[in-house]
Design a protein around this ligand. Structure first.
Ligand SMILES: N[C@@H](CCC(=O)N[C@@H](CS)C(=O)NCC(=O)O)C(=O)O
Length: 126
């Protein structure tokens, strides 16, 4: 039974991911200098995620739209990133954005909060 639930979940995830790719539109355009700056800042960020998770897809769409090359870290069973997320953030829930700054590391859960953070930092402020 667990096998069929996992199969259906993965199948639905793959369909949603496919529809996402063919409908995601164009990326935000910046000057080359601005994009270099954004790419540098993005190196201090990482998205802990599942490939087929709808909330992760929503977050990845925003990252694509805002042209943010943020590393994606899959937290499937057996991945070392799963343990990192659990230890750092405190729970296995995706998406979660790992934010490294001068004060240390922050773990931001919830797709709406993550997208809001990215918009404030990379879209509205520029
Ligand atoms: N309100 C949250 C919901 C996130 C959520 O429910 N994520 C699911 C995956 S789609 C999850 O991490 N579930 C825990 C698990 O699968 O262990 C958001 O918008 O990010």
């Amino acid at each position: 039974m667990k096998f069929f639930i996992t199969l259906i979940r993965n199948l639905l995830g793959a369909i949603i991911a496919f529809v996402d790719v063919i409908t995601r539109g164009t990326k935000l355009k910046r000057s080359p200098e601005q994009q270099v700056q954004v790419a540098e800042e993005s190196q201090n960020l990482a998205l802990y995620q599942f490939f087929g998770c709808p909330f992760c897809i929503k977050t990845r769409r925003a990252m694509y739209k805002y042209n943010l090359p943020i590393q994606k870290r899959n937290v499937s069973e057996g991945s070392p990133y799963r343990e990192e997320l659990l230890q750092g953030g405190g729970k296995i829930q995706t998406p979660c954005l790992r934010i490294e700054n001068n004060d240390g590391v922050e773990w931001l859960y919830d797709s709406k909060a993550i997208i809001g953070y990215l918009e404030t930092r990379f879209v509205e402020a520029k």
